[in-house]
Design a protein around this ligand. Structure first.
Ligand code: ZN
Length: 267
């Protein structure tokens, strides 16, 4: 399924959540600027630094953006698009589809499509807030003609969902920066913040393993977590390692899903 000369793939994906994670967690957080500032960092500082890194490393990434974030930070989304990156769906608010009544889940999907299209994005991929599906999600995505999902942990290779056109680009907690870096208050203070070096070791070993299997490494990152200077330096190191493999194709999730779609059709 890879372009000629390539034997494996990698996708750098960023879930541009901004304040929405904290607003979904507790609507009362709307009155707590200190709490929300954890997410605002992503919009103010994280995304611009990620765009700079991408420019310098000449790579294109995929940004999953909640509709409400696109509405609040339209210029950031335009900058992402202007950098040649993909913008894809991540809910309207950051509420899990599994926690929504059916009409609200459908409404969220439609509003998020509208919000991204209003900024001239052409979203064809979906990552649910929290990687969570309801029993209706798959059918809704199919009906909207969505090409791919990036939410499931049951494989290392892209596959097609049963009874659906939808391509899955599998993810995993170990390749998610939130699992290693997310500390946001008293409940998580028993946890230690991981060192960038420790996370680099985990990511690099897993990347090498997936690459040897000829599959695709999907990194899930969040501007509010990965967007700190020491962590971005770590990401740059990982990108350098990836780019030292001439047989690796670093692409957007859409590009990988399009090739998987054709390859799975043939097989
Ligand atoms: Zn998210």
């Amino acid at each position: 399924m890879w372009p000629s000369g390539r034997t494996a793939g990698a996708v750098l994906s960023f879930d541009f959540d901004a304040e929405e994670v904290w607003l979904a967690d507790d609507p009362d957080n709307a009155r707590r600027p200190g709490v929300l500032s954890q997410g605002r960092y992503g919009a103010k500082v994280g995304v611009p630094l990620i765009l700079e890194l991408s420019r310098e490393s000449e790579l294109r990434a995929t940004f999953f953006v909640p509709g409400a974030v696109a509405a609040r930070y339209p210029d950031r989304v335009r900058e992402i698009l202007a950098g040649g990156h993909e913008v894809a769906l991540h809910g309207y608010t950051h509420r899990s589809p599994a926690a929504l009544p059916p009409d609200e889940e459908e409404d969220e999907l439609h509003r998020s499509l509208e919000a991204l299209r209003a900024l001239d994005a052409d979203p064809v991929g979906y990552r649910s807030p929290s990687w969570d599906f309801s029993e209706r999600t798959l059918g809704l995505l199919d009906r909207e003609g969505i090409l791919y999902s990036s939410n499931m942990m049951d494989d290392l290779r892209p596959y097609r969902h049963e009874g659906s056109r939808l391509i899955e680009l599998p993810v995993h907690w170990m390749l998610d920066d939130a699992a290693h870096f997310w500390i946001d208050g008293r409940e998580s203070w028993t946890k230690k913040i991981s060192t960038p070096g420790g996370v680099l070791e985990i990511w690099q070993d897993e990347f090498e393993g997936i690459r040897r299997l000829g599959s695709v490494t999907v990194l899930t990152m969040h501007p509010q977590f990965i967007g700190r200077p020491s962590r971005l330096a770590m990401l740059r190191e990982l990108v350098d390692v990836m780019q030292s493999h001439p047989d690796l194709w670093i692409a957007t999730a859409r590009e990988v899903a399009e090739r998987a779609d054709v390859a799975l059709e043939r097989s």
